[in-house]
Design a protein around this ligand. Structure first.
Ligand code: DX5
Ligand code: ZN
Length: 224
């Protein structure tokens, strides 16, 4: 796997031309796609679900798509996504009655999993599941909307999580979601993150390739 992965969040894409816009961002250099599922209950916004995911597959999108579920209750919707071909599923611990069981459900269907931590969520949730997750998705904004400002204290949390991962014997991705832009990506990478979810910074520009190239140029200066 590449040292750094750019995961493009389609929450900022043009929903009327979703398939086309996703192809455009992939051609511009995004490594994968981030699919934010919001339920107007766990988070104060409403987006898309398994049918839209299926349509993207049918349209011919073959790049990896990470499903970021901000939905409560959680288990049934995971199953609905698996039925239509989801391969990587991330959920928030607060949405599950039994985190280990939810992780097992994901694994039983051959998918990889991630646990998403809100700015105020305790790292304690990770204690007994480090052997069961592929990714920690650290939220650098409160989940719900694109275009929010990166919370500065996230950098300290990234350093703590990077140490926790390195001290464990597990290979876990540290992915950051929210407020990432050309001008802060290097500090986020230097703190220890390896996957970057980016929505508005790419989709709100006309030239997606320009933004992704600039981001990759910044990442070349990484000091780790
Ligand atoms: C926020 C979502 C993010 C969002 C990021 O709740 O989980 O994935 O799309 O968008 P930007 O990059 O605009 O902060
Ligand atoms: Zn997200």
């Amino acid at each position: 796997m590449k040292k750094f992965i750019i995961s493009s969040s389609i929450l900022s894409a043009d929903f009327a031309r979703l398939g086309e816009d996703i192809n455009k961002v992939l051609i511009a250099g995004a490594d994968k796609i981030h699919f934010d599922v919001m339920d107007n209950h766990y988070v104060p916004n409403l987006t898309f679900g398994p049918q839209v995911f299926k349509s993207l597959n049918d349209y011919g999108i073959t790049a990896p798509i990470d499903i970021h579920l901000m939905v409560k209750p959680i288990d049934r919707i995971i199953y609905d996504f698996i039925k239509v071909g989801a391969k990587h599923i991330i959920f928030h611990p607060e949405t599950s009655k039994n985190i280990k069981k939810t992780l097992e459900l994901i694994k039983d269907y051959g998918c990889t999993s991630g646990l998403a931590l809100n700015p105020k969520t305790s790292f304690n949730y990770l204690e007994s599941v480090m052997d069961k997750i592929n990714t920690i998705l650290l939220m650098s904004v409160n989940p719900g909307f694109e275009g929010q400002l990166f919370i500065p204290n996230t950098l300290n949390k990234i350093r703590q999580l990077r140490k926790k991962i390195n001290d464990s014997k597990y290979k876990i991705n540290l992915e950051i979601d929210g407020g990432i832009k050309i001008n802060n990506i290097l500090s986020i990478a230097n703190a220890g993150a390896n996957i970057f979810v980016i929505g508005s910074a790419i989709f709100h520009q006309k030239n997606y390739k320009y933004v992704i190239d600039e981001i990759n140029n910044k990442l070349l200066k990484n000091s780790n």
